[in-house]
Design a protein around this ligand. Structure first.
Ligand code: HEM
Length: 460
């Protein structure tokens, strides 16, 4: 074992990076657990170039043309942290055949055509209308909560059937949202140091730490909630859950799948909308362009909304500069090894790329750090190669259609009805930098926005 680790470490000796990374993973672990992994890796790329060494057996790649094929490699044990009820789900399963059969089982329901069926669009439209109602009752809103509640209500309504999911926007079951957040406190520990973390829990040591105790209680709460939602469903009606119930999967496997889609389905969309509205509230000239574009569009005609170029650009730019998953998505180099940027990378090396760095490359995005929706009117081939907010390859995001449709429906209704700005005095807790839990949230989970009604296209 030692000689194999030594050989691998030696085989990566030409990959640039801090000297210490040849011997230990500790600096990477330290940055990860302190919620700074993505920024740390980004700085390493700025210093050492497109291929950097992160640990004795781990490298990061920031070279768009080489990234595509890597995302068809097998996933690492990092994804075990997404398991639930001791069972693997689509996201966590490394095995190709099992993954592909799970993906086939649910893929049809996540296509855009399926999404746009009237009964599914109704789920989204109803939640967006409820969200507008909530805004109309109070004009100064914490949009972080608002958008996360809305996204959770959409994905659970879609998965369990229109009325069977959560109704957080109406004030029901909102404890589940706090639970999702508490649970994240231990995420990196489970992902990076699973044996140690399990030992700390099984020995009772973890219960001495309030945040770890809360995280375990939150996990239990979410498990119970998932079952409550599942049991509310009518198995005779057709939606995603019934498809799973009719398959040969065990109850644990189904629950693990459900839980993952509920988590992945709300935090990502909620965060994207939060950063988008925060950005537009600070950039009134871009907001005005959106108002102008929306003025004469019939919002009941989603095909027309979907084609709006400025709206589309705003969404893609948000996903570029404020990716809700900006972090590295690790894969394992296969038995044949791979040659990257003239260096041979041996089998079993952990390799990843991170959207955060890919999306900030000057050679691929002109004015790389500026928010330029117009760049997506006629995107360059290089911009398309470097953009990876939904991942790449066979494991790319299965939920991207529901995410894009939800975001576009929500933003078009919001900006047809309201103009937004930041409050003159920001709450002391607001900080729109991000906390890096693999998925991100604003520091302190809060984002204040003031809404003012626009009547018939005129601001009042
Ligand atoms: C803005 C919204 C979203 C973003 C940015 C996003 C991002 C991603 C990314 C980057 C991956 C690939 C991870 C990897 O390669 O390791 C992924 C996979 C996945 N996403 Fe999303 N996602 C979003 C919304 C959703 C929604 C709404 C769902 C609903 C169920 C969802 C469910 C999943 C699942 C199940 C996978 C695993 C796919 C597989 O392994 O085949 N995501 N997502």
């Amino acid at each position: 074992l030692i000689s194999s680790a030594f050989y691998k470490s030696l085989a990566l000796k030409d990959v640039p990076g801090p000297l210490i990374t040849r011997f230990t993973k500790i600096p990477l672990l330290y940055q990860t657990i302190n919620l700074n992994r993505t920024r740390y890796i980004h700085e390493l790329h700025r210093k050492y170039g497109p291929l950097v060494r992160l640990a004795p057996n781990e490298i990061s790649l920031n070279h768009p043309p080489s990234v595509g094929p890597i995302y068809n490699y097998e996933k690492t044990h990092f994804y075990n942290a997404f398991e639930a009820y001791g069972a693997k789900n689509m996201f966590s399963t490394p095995d190709r055949a099992r993954h592909s059969s799970r993906r086939k089982l649910l893929g049809g329901e996540y296509t855009k055509a399926y999404m746009l069926r009237p009964e599914n669009l109704t789920v989204i439209n109803d939640r967006v209308r409820q969200m507008l109602k909530n805004i109309s009752e109070i004009n100064h809103v914490d949009v972080f909560y608002l958008f996360n509640y809305m996204a959770q209500d959409v994905i659970s309504g879609f998965f369990f059937g229109d009325q069977n999911g959560s109704h957080l926007l109406q004030g029901h079951d909102i404890e589940v949202f706090d639970a999702w957040h508490m649970r994240r406190e231990t995420f990196h520990w489970f992902a990076e140091l699973p044996k140690l973390t399990n030992f700390l829990y099984s020995s009772g040591i973890a219960s001495l730490l309030p945040s770890w105790r809360d995280a375990a209680a939150a996990e239990q709460f979410i498990n119970d909630m998932t079952h409550k939602w599942m049991d509310r469903c009518d198995p005779e009606k057709s939606h995603l859950l019934t498809k799973l119930l009719k398959s040969d999967l065990s109850r644990e496997q189904i629950s693990a799948e459900v839980m993952d889609h509920m988590g992945a389905g709300h935090e990502t969309t909620g965060t994207t909308l939060t950063f988008m509205v925060d950005h537009l509230s600070k950039n009134p000239e871009q907001q005005t362009k959106l108002h102008e574009e929306l003025k004469n569009v019939d919002l009941d005609d989603f095909a027309a909304v979907d084609k709006l170029p400025y709206l589309h650009g705003v969404v893609l730019e948000t996903l570029r500069l404020y990716s809700s998953i900006p972090a590295s998505e690790p894969r394992i180099v296969p038995a044949s090894g791979v040659t990257l940027l003239d260096r041979f990378i041996p089998a079993s090396t952990v390799i990843s790329a991170q959207p955060y760095s890919m999306h900030r490359q000057e050679e691929y995005f002109e004015r790389n750090l500026e928010f330029v929706p117009e760049r997506w009117n006629e995107p360059t081939a290089s911009a398309k190669t470097a953009w990876m907010a939904f991942g790449k390859g066979t494991r790319g995001c299965i939920g991207q259609n529901i995410a894009m449709v939800t975001i576009k429906v929500a933003i078009s209704h919001l900006y047809k009805t309201y103009e937004t700005s930041k409050p003159t005095v920001l709450p002391a807790s607001e900080n729109m930098d991000f906390k890096d839990y693999y998925m991100i949230t604003p520091v302190n989970d809060t984002c204040s926005v003031v809404f003012r009604k626009v009547e018939h296209g005129e601001k009042c």
